[in-house]
Design a protein around this ligand. Structure first.
Ligand SMILES: *[C@@H]1O[C@H](CO)[C@@H](O)[C@H](O)[C@H]1NC(C)=O
Ligand SMILES: *[C@@H]1O[C@H](CO)[C@@H](O)[C@H](O)[C@H]1NC(C)=O
Ligand SMILES: *[C@@H]1O[C@H](CO)[C@@H](O)[C@H](O)[C@H]1NC(C)=O
Ligand SMILES: *[C@@H]1O[C@H](CO)[C@@H](O)[C@H](O)[C@H]1NC(C)=O
Ligand SMILES: *[C@@H]1O[C@H](CO)[C@@H](O)[C@H](O)[C@H]1NC(C)=O
Ligand SMILES: *[C@@H]1O[C@H](CO)[C@@H](O)[C@H](O)[C@H]1NC(C)=O
Length: 377
C-alpha cells in the first residue's frame, strides 16, 4: 500500500454524507465452481449477471475447469486466485503455472484499473545447473535437466555470476513490499501470486463497515454504499474528495505526516503485505534497520583480508571458490570470514547476503553480534 493509497484511506475515514435511501439493482453475486471467493461489485462475471453490474475493467469469466479468469488488454489472461474486497486487492496467477515467465515478458497494465504497489528490478539469469544446484532458489518452470533460471535483485551476484551464466533480462517485477523477502535471500523463485490493487471505485470504508458498494440504479454510474437495510449513502469519489478537501485540510496534513512516519517505521513490520490492514500503530524501528539482515557495523566487524598470491584464506576450509558466487578466489580479491563458523566468502558477496539475512549461507548458523571485538585484518 503506497502513500497515496493510505491518504485515500484517511480521507474516507471521514463520515460519509447520507444522500438517499435506495434498493440496490438486482446484481446477483456468483462464484466459479473451482474458486473459493465471490464475484460481486465492482467485479462482474460477464456471462452470469446483467450488464451494468460491474465497474468498467472489472469483468471476470469462469473457464471450463471452474477457474476465475481476468483478461488484460496488453498482458493476456490470468487466473484470479483471490479478491480482497476490503483491501481492494486481487491475487493473480498464470494459467500455465509459470508466473515468472509472464513477469519476464513484462507486465503491461495499461487499460486496466489495477496498479502495482512496488517494483523491484530483478535480473533473470540462465546458468548451468551445477552452479545453482541446492545453492540458489531457482525458477523450476524455467529450468531443465541441464540449465536453470534464477532471478536476483543483487547486482553483485549478477556481476559475480556473469562469467558462468547468461543474463536474460533485467526488468521491474511487481512486489507487495519494497524489500526482497528475507527468507529467499538474494535470489528468488518468484513463486508467490501476483498482487495488484485498485483505487477506484473506492469502497474500502463501505466494506469495512460490512456494507457493499454498487451502482445507485441501472441508469447511472454513481457508486453508493448499501447497508444491509438497503439504505444508500453516496460513495462517489469526487464528491467525497471535494468535501474532505474543503472541511478537512488539517486532517489531511496530519494523515500525511502519520503516513510518512508509518512508512519509515512500518516497512519492516509488514512482511506479508496485503493480508493485513495498514496499521499505523507499529513498533518504531531505527531507520538504518530497513534491511532484514545484520547491520553494517556488525558486518564490518567480521575479519576482512586481501588475498595474496597463495589465495590462502585466513581461516576455515578452502576449496578455492566462494560458496556464494562459485567463482574462484583470485589474488588481491577481498574476502570476509564469519569468525564463529569460520566460513569465508568474497566480501562483496557476503556483505550483500548479510544485509538481507542474519545467518551464514553455508551452515545457516546465526553469527552473534558479540563478535564486534574481532579485529579486521
Ligand atoms: C482459496 O484457494 C486458494 C487456492 O486456490 C488458497 O490458497 C486459499 O487459501 C483459499 N482461501 C480460502 C479463504 O479458503
Ligand atoms: C502497453 O502496451 C501498449 C500497446 O502495445 C502500449 O501502447 C503502451 O505504451 C504499453 N504500456 C506500457 C506501460 O508499457
Ligand atoms: C530499475 O532499473 C531502471 C533502469 O535501469 C531504473 O530506471 C529504475 O529506477 C530501477 N527501479 C528500481 C525500483 O530500482
Ligand atoms: C546449459 O548447460 C550446459 C551443460 O551444463 C552448458 O554447457 C551451457 O553453457 C549452459 N547454458 C547456459 C546459457 O548456461
Ligand atoms: C535446457 O534449457 C536450455 C536453455 O533454455 C537449452 O539450451 C537446453 O537445450 C535445454 N536442455 C534440455 C536437455 O532440454
Ligand atoms: C437513478 O438515480 C437518479 C439519482 O438519484 C435518479 O434521478 C433517477 O431517476 C434514478 N433512475 C431510476 C431508473 O431509478
Amino acid at each position: 500500500m503506497d502513500i497515496f493509497k493510505f491518504l485515500h484511506l484517511s480521507l474516507f475515514l471521514l463520515p460519509l454524507p447520507f444522500i438517499s435511501a435506495a434498493n440496490p439493482p438486482s446484481c446477483p453475486s456468483s462464484t466459479c465452481f473451482n474458486s473459493n471467493f465471490t464475484i460481486r461489485f465492482p467485479f462482474q462475471a460477464i456471462l452470469q449477471a446483467p450488464s451494468n453490474c460491474g465497474y468498467p475493467g472489472f469483468y471476470l469469466s469462469c473457464d471450463n475447469q471452474g477457474n476465475t479468469v481476468i483478461s488484460f488488454p496488453y498482458s493476456g489472461d490470468f487466473f484470479v486466485r483471490g479478491i480482497n474486497y476490503q483491501e481492494q486487492e486481487i491475487q493473480l496467477d498464470d494459467p500455465y503455472s509459470c508466473l515468472p515467465r509472464r513477469l519476464m515478458d513484462g507486465l503491461n497494465l495499461s487499460g486496466t484499473p489495477f496498479q502495482v504497489s512496488y517494483y523491484l528490478n530483478y535480473t533473470f539469469m540462465l546458468c548451468p545447473i551445477e552452479f545453482t544446484q541446492s545453492r540458489f532458489a531457482v525458477i523450476d518452470c524455467l529450468s531443465n535437466s541441464t540449465n536453470s533460471t534464477m532471478a536476483t535483485t543483487s547486482n553483485t551476484l549478477v556481476e559475480r555470476m556473469a562469467s558462468r551464466c547468461k543474463v536474460l533480462v533485467t526488468i521491474p517485477i511487481p512486489v507487495p513490499w519494497p524489500m526482497p523477502e528475507s527468507d529467499s535471500g538474494i535470489t528468488s523463485e518468484l513463486n508467490g501470486d501476483l498482487q495488484l490493487y485498485w483505487e477506484e471505485p473506492n469502497c474500502e470504508d463501505c466494506e469495512t463497515q460490512g456494507a457493499m458498494c454498487g451502482f445507485e440504479n441501472n441508469t447511472n454510474q454513481q457508486v453508493i454504499c448499501f447497508d444491509s437495510t438497503g439504505t444508500g449513502t453516496t460513495n462517489h469519489l469526487r464528491l467525497i474528495k471535494m468535501i474532505s478537501l474543503t472541511i478537512a485540510i488539517p486532517t489531511i496534513i496530519c494523515a500525511f505526516c502519520t503516513a510518512c512516519i508509518c512508512l519509515v517505521h512500518g516497512r519492516r513490520s509488514h512482511g506479508t503485505a496485503g493480508q493485513q490492514n495498514f496499521d499505523p500503530i507499529v513498533t518504531p524501528q531505527p531507520p538504518n534497520t530497513s534491511f532484514p539482515g545484520l547491520d553494517q557495523s556488525t558486518i564490518e566487524s567480521y575479519t576482512k583480508v586481501v588475498l595474496g598470491e597463495s589465495r590462502r584464506l585466513p581461516m576455515g576450509p578452502n576449496d578455492g571458490t566462494c560458496p556464494i558466487c562459485l567463482s574462484d578466489y583470485r589474488a588481491e580479491e577481498v574476502v570476509r570470514c564469519i569468525p564463529e563458523c569460520q566460513h569465508c566468502f568474497h566480501a562483496g558477496c557476503i556483505d550483500e547476503w548479510l544485509r538481507l539475512n542474519k545467518s551464514c549461507p553455508v551452515c545457516r548458523n546465526s553469527p552473534s553480534p558479540a563478535h564486534g571485538n574481532q579485529q579486521p585484518v
